[in-house]
Ligand binder design. Structure first.
Ligand code: NAD
Ligand code: LMR
Length: 326
C-alpha cells in the first residue's frame, strides 16, 4: 500500500467541493491505489455545514480515505499537504465578470499563499479554482516565496473540456476523438479557445468546420459558457468545475496521454512572447509530476491578436492587485 497523500481543499462546504471531494476520495484524481488524507478548510460560519459533508464522506466508506480533518485555519489545513485545491472564494452572479470578484477574493489568496509557504510540503502542487483564478494564483504564488513558483497553477481545464465538447458535437464525433485543443490566456471572457492545431479522428479540425462557425459561434460559446450556466442554473458551474479540477491534477501528477496535450494556466516563462510571470493558459504535456509547455506551434495573426488581448487583461488584473504582490 502506498503512503497516503495529503490533499487540502478550501471552500470545502461549497458547491464545487460537494462534488469534487467525493471524486478525490474515490481515487479519480490521484489513482485507485493512492490513499488520501483530506484536509478541509472553511470559514468559521461554514464549519457546521462542513461537518455534514464530512459525515457524508464517512458514510461512503471510501477504501482510499486514510483520514479527514476540518479547520478554519489555513496553517492547520495546509500542514504538509502535497496537493492544495484552492476552491473557496465567492462566485459571481448574473451580469458580473469574473474579475469583478477580484476585490472580494484577492485577500483570501494572499493569506493562503503565506500559509502554504509556511507549512505545506515543499513540493506542494497548487491548483486555484476560485475566481478570478489566474490572478488569484499569482497572488498566492507571490506570497509563497519559499515554494517553487512553477507549482502554482490555475484552472482552464474546464474551458478546455468545454471546447472539446463543442467541437465534438459540431463534427459528430466523441470528445475523445478530439486532440490538441488549446485554451490560451485568462479564465475569462477574453480567453482564446484555439482549434488551429486540433484534430478530430486524425483530421485537421479547421478543415471540418466553417471558419465563420469557428469565429462567431465556437469562440464566443466557449468564452461565455460560464455565464450561460449561471443564467440557466441560477448558480455557477459546480460539478463540471469539480470534474475539471480532478482532470487537471490527475494529468499533472500522473501524466498526459501520449499524442495529446491539455491546457493549464501556469506561470509564463516567456514562451510564445507572453510576459514572463503572468499566470497564462498554455498547451502543456505532463510527465513525472512536471508540466512542459508545448513549443514550436505556428501562431498566425488571428491567434496572435487574441493571445495578446487576453495577456493584456491579465496584466491589468495583476496591476490592480499590486498591493497584494510582495
Ligand atoms: P460556493 O459559494 O458554493 O462555495 C465557496 C465556499 O468557499 C463557501 O462554502 C465559503 O464559505 C468558502 N470560503 C469563502 N472564503 C473562504 C476562505 N477564506 N477560506 C476557505 N473557504 C472559504 O462557491 P462555488 O460554486 O463552490 O465556487 C467557488 C469558486 O470557484 C468561485 O470563485 C467560482 O467563481 C469559482 N469557479 C471557478 C471555475 C474555474 O473554471 N476556474 C469554475 C467554476 C467556479
Ligand atoms: C465557470 O467558468 O463556469 C466559472 O468560472 C464560473 C463563472 O463565474 O463563470
Amino acid at each position: 500500500m502506498k503512503a497516503p497523500m495529503r490533499v487540502a481543499v478550501t471552500g470545502a462546504a461549497g458547491q464545487i467541493a460537494y462534488s469534487l471531494l467525493f471524486r478525490v476520495a474515490s481515487g479519480d484524481m490521484l489513482g485507485k491505489d493512492q490513499p488520501v488524507i483530506l484536509q478541509l478548510l472553511e470559514i468559521t460560519p461554514a464549519l457546521d455545514a462542513l461537518k455534514g459533508v464530512v459525515m457524508e464522506l464517512d458514510d461512503c466508506a471510501f477504501p482510499l480515505v486514510a483520514g479527514i480533518t476540518m479547520s478554519d485555519k489555513p496553517e492547520e489545513a495546509f500542514k504538509d499537504v502535497d496537493v492544495a485545491l484552492l476552491v473557496g472564494a465567492r462566485p459571481r452572479g448574473p451580469g458580473m465578470e469574473r474579475k469583478d470578484l477580484l476585490e472580494a477574493n484577492a485577500a483570501i489568496f494572499s493569506v493562503q499563499g503565506k500559509a502554504l509557504n509556511d507549512v505545506a510540503s515543499r513540493d506542494v502542487k497548487v491548483l486555484v479554482v476560485g475566481n478570478p483564478a489566474n490572478t488569484n494564483a499569482l497572488i498566492a504564488q507571490r506570497n509563497a516565496p519559499d515554494l517553487n513558483p512553477a507549482n502554482f497553477t490555475a484552472m482552464t481545464r474546464l474551458d478546455h473540456n468545454r471546447a472539446l465538447a463543442q467541437l465534438a458535437a459540431k463534427t459528430d464525433a466523441h470528445t475523445t476523438d478530439v486532440k490538441q485543443m488549446i485554451i490560451w490566456g485568462n479564465h475569462s471572457a477574453t480567453q482564446y479557445p484555439d482549434i488551429s492545431q486540433a484534430t478530430v479522428k486524425g483530421q485537421a479540425a479547421s478543415g471540418l468546420v466553417a471558419r465563420d462557425w469557428y469565429e462567431t459561434d465556437f469562440i464566443p460559446t466557449v468564452q461565455q459558457r460560464g455565464a450561460a450556466i449561471i443564467k440557466a442554473r441560477g448558480a455557477s458551474s459546480a460539478a463540471s468545475a469539480g470534474s475539471s479540477a480532478v482532470d487537471h491534477v490527475r494529468d499533472w501528477v500522473l501524466g498526459t496521454p501520449a499524442g495529446d496535450w491539455v491546457s493549464m494556466a501556469i506561470p509564463s516563462d516567456g514562451s510564445y512572447g507572453i510576459e514572463k510571470g503572468l499566470i497564462y493558459s498554455f498547451p502543456v504535456t505532463c510527465k513525472n509530476g512536471r508540466y512542459e509547455i508545448v513549443q514550436g506551434l505556428d501562431i498566425d495573426d488571428f491567434s496572435r491578436e487574441r493571445m495578446s488581448v487576453t495577456e493584456q487583461e491579465l496584466r491589468e488584473e495583476r496591476d490592480g492587485v499590486a498591493h497584494l504582490l510582495p
